[in-house]
Each structure stands twice: as structure tokens, then as C-alpha cells.
Unconditional design. Structure first.
Length: 283
């Protein structure tokens, strides 16, 4: 199973390798089909390249693979010297096989799309559509596994809203949900394409900012507070946020260690009067 997963991962990652594999398998099956003659049927084996294309590649490549599989079988059947009572029969058989390949490919595509949608839903916070803790855990370890340049640092920022409980108490939970959604949008607006933004639960959020030093974090913090003020959440509901940021040279093996350090810094911001940011660089 681990080897199968590794092969699938490699085929998913490298398009040229995936398509070369599809072509290679087609050539192998075609050669075996010709070598064994028309008495042995290899039609089902052509589903291997079709399935790879349908599961891992786009629809255009899948269609081309289906056509190539059908034509390869037809050519092998012709070269093997199979004689039919009517000249139309081999072409009819080829069309039937194309239909068979197409049905299997369509089913695989639908299963893949449904699986992707379900996975995406399982990785999203239902309220804010940010990543949830499960997704954050996976992405944290993916970032940790990546090779970083010498001197490149990664920031883990834990953000907690100030005054949010009063919103729920005075305006109700529906308004509180609207505030959380709006604040999540603020975080998404300031995040770069490579940054990770997640909701940890309640009014607590967390971010990973790659290739960010202390100076970069100060710039980010200013931009975040400027966009937050533009959202008018503070003016309308009296909320703000406190943030703790730990900048790592190397992310800890355990995610809890990283979040705990950022959490401690966030509570320092709270203790110093809230609506502040405390940044610490790993020595």
C-alpha cells in the first residue's frame, strides 16, 4: 500500500511522467496483443492507461487515451490477421470498446470529483470557509518537510479577537457569526498566496507565513491592522484583535509546540492591554 501511494503521488505530481507512463503501457499492451494473436483478448488491460488518465489527469488527456487505446486494439487485431465475416465487424467492436472505456472513465472522473469535493469540505471550517485544524495540521507538516533556503524563516501567528464575547452577548450569535466571517475575510485579504490561514475554533485564528523575518512581520502586522480598520468591525462592534507571532528558523516537529509558543506570545499581548502584537524570534 505505501508503494502504491508513492507511485500515485509521483504520477499526480509530474504530468510528463504520468503521460509517458500512459503511452508506455499502451505500447506494451499493443505489443503483447499483437504477439499473442487475436485468440487472446486484452481489451480489459487497456483500462489501466484509461484509468490512470481519468483519475490523475484532465478530461482532454483522458479522451485522447481512450481513442489511443481503441485504435491500438484495432491495429493489433488487424495485424494479428483476425478475419471477420463482415468488414464492418472490427470497427463495430472498436466502437463498443470505446464506449466501454468511456463509461469506466466517466465513472472514475465522477468518483474523483466527489471525493475531491468531500475532502475539501472536510478540510474547511463550516462558518468561515478557512482551513480547519485538520487541514492546518497537514499543511504545517508539508511546510516543515519542504527544504528551505539557508536563513529563511517561517512565522506562526496566533490571533484572538478582543471583545468578541460582548458581540454575542449584546447582538446574538448570528451577528457574532457575521463578525467571524468578516474577520476571516480580512485575514484572507492580507495573506499572500503561499500563506496558510486557518480557524482554530471560536474566535481564534492561526497563520503560517513562509519566508518572513521580523521586519517582514512588522510590515504584515501594519497591513493587517489597516485592512481590519477598513472593515469597520471595530467601529460597528467594538472588536479588535491580539496577536502572538513566533518566528522559527526550523519549525518544531510537534505542531503543539509551535502553537503553544505563539499562544504564549498572544497572551502577552492580552496582558499588555490587548489590541497588540508580540513578536519573538527563535534564537
Amino acid at each position: 500500500m505505501p508503494n502504491t501511494n508513492r507511485i500515485e503521488s509521483l504520477l499526480s505530481k509530474y504530468a510528463w511522467g504520468r503521460r509517458a507512463t500512459i503511452l508506455f503501457i499502451l505500447l506494451i499492451w499493443g505489443w503483447i496483443d499483437i504477439a499473442t494473436g487475436y485468440e487472446y483478448s486484452f481489451a480489459v488491460f487497456y483500462l489501466v492507461p484509461v484509468s490512470i488518465a481519468a483519475w490523475l489527469d484532465n478530461k482532454k488527456v483522458t479522451v485522447l487515451t481512450i481513442i489511443a487505446s481503441g485504435l491500438t486494439w484495432l491495429y493489433a487485431d488487424y495485424v494479428a490477421g483476425h478475419h471477420y465475416s463482415n468488414v464492418v465487424i472490427p470497427y463495430w467492436n472498436a466502437i463498443v470498446r470505446l464506449g466501454f472505456f468511456s463509461v469506466v472513465a466517466l465513472l472514475l472522473i465522477k468518483v474523483r470529483e466527489n471525493l475531491t469535493a468531500m475532502t475539501e469540505m472536510a478540510m474547511r471550517d463550516n462558518l468561515t470557509s478557512l482551513h480547519n485544524t485538520r487541514a492546518f495540521f497537514i499543511q504545517y507538516h508539508q511546510i516543515r518537510a519542504q527544504k528551505t533556503k539557508i536563513g529563511q524563516t517561517v512565522a506562526v501567528a496566533l490571533i484572538d479577537m478582543d471583545g468578541f464575547k460582548a458581540v454575542n452577548d449584546h447582538h446574538g450569535h448570528s451577528v457574532g457569526d457575521e463578525v467571524l466571517i468578516a474577520f476571516a475575510q480580512v485575514l484572507k485579504n492580507v495573506a499572500r498566496s503561499g500563506d496558510i490561514v486557518a480557524r482554530m475554533g471560536g474566535d481564534e485564528f492561526i497563520m503560517i507565513l513562509k519566508d518572513t523575518d521580523q521586519n517582514g512581520m512588522e510590515i504584515f502586522e501594519k497591513r493587517l491592522r489597516a485592512v481590519f480598520l477598513e472593515s469597520e468591525l471595530k467601529q460597528k462592534y467594538g472588536v479588535d484583535f491580539s496577536m502572538g507571532v513566533r518566528i522559527f528558523k526550523h519549525l518544531p516537529r510537534n505542531l503543539d509546540d509551535a502553537t503553544h509558543q505563539a499562544d504564549q506570545l498572544m497572551y502577552q499581548s492580552k496582558a499588555q492591554g490587548k489590541s497588540q502584537t508580540t513578536v519573538s524570534l527563535e534564537v
